[in-house]
Ligand binder design. Structure first.
Ligand SMILES: N[C@@H](CCC(=O)N[C@@H](CS)C(=O)NCC(=O)O)C(=O)O
Length: 212
């Protein structure tokens, strides 16, 4: 019998990983239905019925279909028992939403695409590396890390003393950024974020999220 919960996507995707972290934290069993959105060989026409914008992930719980990671993770937290993944205090919950939105708007592109993909993935595939793109992304990445560091302050996790959906949203972005030497160098400028990365990447949720 298939699980009531299906996550559509690929294990390499930062957004799929964010949802897998939440599902792991809530101990929800799920099927990971492979959708390799970047594969030209796959026909994604059927998938577009689930996600009209053709991004991953999409999510199904029985008959309920949802896309957009922030919405999926909020649903996962509220629909299933287990530890609360959103802070109890109104202000902390607002911070959580802020951190997730600023990661989407200002972090994902420079850290993952402009720095990790150019420096690590393109080089690994023997493709030309766009040094200008990397150089232009570095100040954007520093602004993002600086803002994240200021919001986190001395708390253990990004928006409260406990890991929340904000941490699960950001961790996969760091997971790629830190594979680039520029990412590791920049993190060393932010010791509080470096300690956060040590904590979050040691969580079983992280290992489960990146598993093939
Ligand atoms: N806003 C979407 C973003 C999802 C997204 O951009 N996923 C990437 C993979 S990490 C994707 O599907 N990219 C395919 C493309 O850009 O064509 C969400 O929150 O789920």
């Amino acid at each position: 019998m298939s699980a009531a919960v299906t996550l559509y996507g690929a294990s390499y995707s930062v957004y799929v990983r964010a949802v897998r972290m939440a599902l792991a934290a809530k101990r929800v069993a799920y099927d990971l239905q492979p959708v390799d959105i970047f594969s030209a060989a796959e026909d994604h026409e059927a998938y577009r019925k689930l996600h009209p914008f053709g991004r991953i992930p999409a999510f199904r719980h029985d008959d309920f279909v949802l896309y957009e990671t922030a919405a999926i993770n909020r649903y996962v937290d509220e629909a299933f028992s287990g530890p609360a993944l959103q802070p109890a205090k109104v202000a902390d919950r607002a911070r959580m939403v802020q951190v997730m939105a600023m990661t989407d708007s200002y972090g994902y592109r420079p850290l993952v695409w402009d720095i990790y993909v150019e420096r690590v993935s393109q080089a690994r595939d023997g493709k030309p590396v766009d040094e200008k793109l990397i150089a232009a992304a570095l100040p954007k990445a520093r602004t993002y890390l600086s803002a994240l560091d200021a919001l986190k302050g001395d708390m253990t996790y990004l928006v409260s003393a406990k890991a929340s959906l904000a941490d699960f949203h950001v961790a996969p972005v760091f997971g790629y950024f830190l594979q680039a030497p520029e990412g590791r160098q920049m993190l060393s400028e932010f010791p509080r974020l470096a300690r956060w990365w040590e904590s979050i990447s040691a969580m079983p949720e992280w290992s489960l999220a990146v598993a093939e």
